[in-house]
Design a protein around this ligand. Structure first.
Ligand code: NDP
Ligand code: HSE
Length: 334
């Protein structure tokens, strides 16, 4: 057959380039943590045409003292004393992170965070930031590079009522299940997820479904204006599965997935759960491989949106953090 592609006439239209377009404002930022996520953010900020000056980076272990205009510190309060407009939180779930976000909100500093555990546990921080008129955004906290919260927000802004959100929201558990299917042992599989930078500082959060539950709590805020307690969301641990069961299921055309689910019930209440489910291998939610996430959003109108992509790791997650930063700078709020 001849080439059957339609030739489209090109209009004179200049595509915007995010890399070269100068941003309107310049802001001072503090990076909390410089591990998997924030090391990628730091690299990305260097390419933002000088729109963001990093006044300090805080890590747990000391690093060389000063790098250009950036101070490398181990004390979070010292970093706040550099007078940031923005705090970029790439800390693990820990009391220091919770205190840092409290301090940022108290001082009227904008927050971009990837720290779903802390944000889920402390809905008051977002509420207080909103009252103060400062940004408190966390796109990277759910789905890594997959725009889950962004899509939910967009759908509700368009007047859609969300009925259900369901999918694989934890990259580590998916990665581990994939290795178990191939006969790898549990400990080895978790160690591989840690080495790849997918797992939480305490990987039991991934394995026991707590990370997925925290993500459901954040989705519920945007989908239903409701802040459930993530700790009360029932979650089934991967440890309840025998690795042989995972292998055996695969041989029979089934794939175990850690499924996170949020449903608006007829009486208006919200049901949330994280469970391990053996799905037929051609089921759309069986599709994510390795650290990928797949999420289905169903609206009462019948509209269904399926999102799929890398749910964890340096580059996709840093990309989502950088997009939040760029939105903030472009909005000219700093
Ligand atoms: N990794 C991923 O794929 C994703 C992670 N997230 C979230 O992003 C956040 C960061 O994750 P990730 O980058 O993987 O974590 P890492 O463990 O790679 O990095 C954590 C960083 O925080 C620093 N740190 C830890 N505790 C303290 C403390 N008490 N005071 C000062 N600094 C501290 C560490 O310092 P040091 O370097 O000295 O150890 C390190 O630089 C977490 O909340 C995670 O849930 C969200 C989406 C995806
Ligand atoms: N530990 C998380 C990081 C991304 O949120 C995961 O594996 O999904």
């Amino acid at each position: 057959m001849e080439n059957d592609m339609t030739q489209l006439a090109a209009l004179d239209f200049e595509l915007p380039s995010r890399n070269v377009r100068p941003l309107r404002t310049r802001l001072r930022a503090v990076l909390l943590g410089c591990g998997t996520v924030n090391s990628g953010v730091l690299d990305g900020l260097a390419e933002m045409s000088g729109a963001v000056e990093v006044s300090a980076v805080v890590t747990r272990r000391p690093r060389p003292g000063k790098d250009g205009r950036t101070a490398w510190l181990t004390d979070i309060r010292d970093a706040f004393d550099t007078g940031p407009d923005l705090v970029i939180d790439g800390l693990p779930d820990c009391p220091a992170a919770e205190k840092a976000l409290e301090l940022a909100v108290e001082r009227g500093i904008h927050v971009v965070s990837a720290n779903k555990a802390v944000i889920a546990r402390r809905p008051d921080l977002e509420v207080r930031a909103r009252r103060k008129g400062t940004r408190f955004v966390y796109s990277a906290a759910v789905g890594g590079g997959v725009p889950v919260l962004e899509t939910v927000i967009r759908l509700t802004s368009a007047g859609e009522r969300i009925a259900r959100v369901r999918g694989v929201l934890n990259g580590t558990s998916n990665f581990v299940l994939g290795l178990l299917e191939q006969g790898t042992g549990f400990d080895e599989a978790i160690a591989a997820a840690q080495a790849a930078g997918f797992a939480e500082a305490d990987p039991s959060a991934d394995i026991d479904g707590l990370d997925a539950a925290a993500k459901l709590a954040l989705i519920a805020r945007k989908a239903f204006a409701f802040a459930p307690d993530a700790a009360s969301i029932p979650a089934q641990s991967l440890l309840s599965l025998d690795p042989g069961q995972v292998c055996g299921a695969r041989e029979n055309g089934l794939r175990y997935r850690q499924l996170a689910e949020l449903t608006r019930l007829e009486d208006g209440t919200i049901d949330a759960r994280v469970s391990l489910t053996a799905l037929p291998e051609d089921h759309p939610l069986a599709r994510p491989e390795n650290e990928e996430n797949t999420v289905e959003i169903v609206c009462e109108s019948g509209l269904k949106v399926v999102l799929h992509g890398k749910g964890a790791g340096r580059s996709p997650t840093a990309g989502a953090v950088l997009a939040d930063i760029r939105d903030l700078v472009e909005a000219g709020e700093v």
